[in-house]
Write a protein that binds this ligand. Sequence first.
Ligand code: ZN
Length: 258
Amino acid sequence: MSAYRGGILMRNEKDAVLENVKRYLRESQNIVCVTGLRTVVEAGGIDIWDRDNLYRIEKEYNASPEELLSAGVFATKKEKFYDFYKKETLTQIPTPGPAFYALKKLQDVGKLKMTVSMNIYGLEYGVGLHNVVEIQGNIHSHYCPECRNNFSPEYVRDSVGVPVCNKCKVAIRPGIRLFGERVRNDLYTAAAQACADADMVIVLGTNLYGEKVQYVTGHYKGSRLVLINDKPHFSDRYADYVLYGRTDEILPRLVDEL
Ligand SMILES: [Zn+2]
């Protein structure tokens, strides 16, 4: 039975949820974590999807982030694509904070079997997590479509206009999935299978409503789906346990005694 019954949790109820989740962490041996956008914001990144930024972006670029980061704009208006991409995704690169070190601890004690990242900053690799599935790709990879050489985010960010491969002189493309591009089914399948096999799933910093999160966590059949997110959302009822607050405060507290 869920300890969460809708509405804001009372203080003692929150403590009870914390204790339950700690116990499950001790008992579970096959945990999958899903990292969402709030973990990036807590680590110093920009949330281009928040209302203020959406408004600013619309005004500044005359288009939405979906449009600007689309395969169509990349194919036909590379200047426009890279202007946005460099300024909005490569100038404020987050660095992993306490939430990611807590995940590393879960890995070190042998409980964390996979991390499914919904983000593009590779924060999971920054702390040495091994089994990471990045649904959206990663800003640390930019490659030349001709020679497949890899280029760093700094190389791309500091180039003037459209970044080109220094050997082939053709435009480099980012390693993230662009809007309108096909999803990598192999990645989804691996993530969904890991959730199906897991004895506990922890979703960090995103609600359960998004299509990608739903698809992945929907395969989990247990009763230890824990959600840690900043604010309530109607989809929270799909979680067995919900904790509201910063993931970089709550998760370290939960794994502290392991
Ligand atoms: Zn090249």
